[in-house]
Design a protein around this ligand. Structure first.
Ligand SMILES: [Zn+2]
Length: 64
């Protein structure tokens, strides 16, 4: 399953803001970003990323 992730805050809170002749815009429910860019990744990748983020930089995590 693919999730759409905000390129700024990396939260999967993106929703369709506007879609029409001018293109598609997405809005982030977390930071309020509006734009055509979203990062698409698998829910598995997203889980890993959020785990790393919440663990912080002090720990070394090897999940591969
Ligand atoms: Zn955001």
């Amino acid at each position: 399953m693919l999730v759409q992730v905000c390129p700024y805050c990396r939260e999967a809170e993106m929703s369709l803001f506007l879609g029409g002749y001018g293109g598609i815009l997405y809005r982030c429910g977390n930071c309020g970003y509006v734009g055509p860019l979203v990062v698409e990744m698998s829910s598995e990748q997203y889980e890993k990323m959020t785990l790393k983020k919440r663990k912080g930089k002090g720990e070394k995590i090897d999940q591969e």
